[in-house]
Design a protein around this ligand. Sequence first.
Ligand code: SAM
Ligand code: SF4
Length: 323
Amino acid sequence: MLVDQYQRKISYLRLSVTDRCDFRCQYCMSEDIEFMPKQQMLTIEEMTRLSQIFINLGITKIRLTGGEPLVRRGIDDLIGSLGKNKKLKELTLTTNGSQLDKKYSILKKSGIKRINVSLDSLNAKHFKAITRGGDLNQVLSNLELIKNNIQVKLNVVLMKNVNDHEINDLLNYAIERHFNITFIEQMPLGDIGFDRYNSFIDSDKTKELIESNFSLIKIPLSTGGPADYWKIKNTDTAVGFISPHTHNFCEACNRIRVSADGHLHLCLGQENKINLIDPLRASQSDHEVEKVILEAMLVKPKSHDFDLQSKTQIIRFMSHTGG
Ligand code: SAM
Ligand code: SF4
């Protein structure tokens, strides 16, 4: 069992399998983002080995993320082998949904029961603008394809004068399909030239916007993530709020992240990171890597400390560490 210096039990690993993506969402990355050199990235075999080391240390849930996890070459092999791992209670992923048709069969075969899909707009023109090129119809038809076999939770970053006028459409879309939906407060990760400060909407405001048309009932749903959940009255849909700015959830943090270049990030909102790729490549024995991970638990920060006004706080893009 991994336990940090604040006695938080760490059982959830988010593994960023690539920093690359077929979209360029305005709030996530700059248009001309420079990706990490391929030789600096963990290979699929190294990711498989590292995941097994984490599982041996007590990780029971792994979320594959990125960048866009489904564009990573070899991802089927990683999903296939993690899917077979009996010690893992849950394997899941966060995706922009563009490749779900191509990966549907491996997801089903590997027993993936639920996934998060980012969807910030239901208007094809706005969607294309927000994602800088994404095809809304492709994502929507992929959601129709998988929805009966894989439970979907939508992720929305709500932004003033960008997609806030679509909030009811997004909720109705989720309700009609029995999807849950989570609103994420925008975080100051990476210098992207996007006006985060003026487009920022906090969770309290989002909840207020929702409650002008829908009744919300607090529910104790726990998904092992940081969201606070409410049920929309007379529907199957739960609405989650991830509020890193306004409702700090660090006390119950059970997560660590590994970036595609093999660094262990102990907190999304802090710069602390520990190199795992070197010990992994230096030794055939897992013991050295385990030692580094166990020592890292002693420096996991107590909390993040986001501040949108202080320009970009964290130089890393969200797509680097994995959302
Ligand atoms: N490409 C996949 C996707 O978009 O779902 C997975 C990676 S993406 C980085 C994971 C989540 O992070 C997405 O839901 C995205 O909307 C969110 N995200 C990206 N940049 C963000 C930021 N600066 N603040 C808050 N959420 C962000
Ligand atoms: Fe790609 Fe996801 Fe970032 Fe959008 S949010 S650019 S889909 S990694």
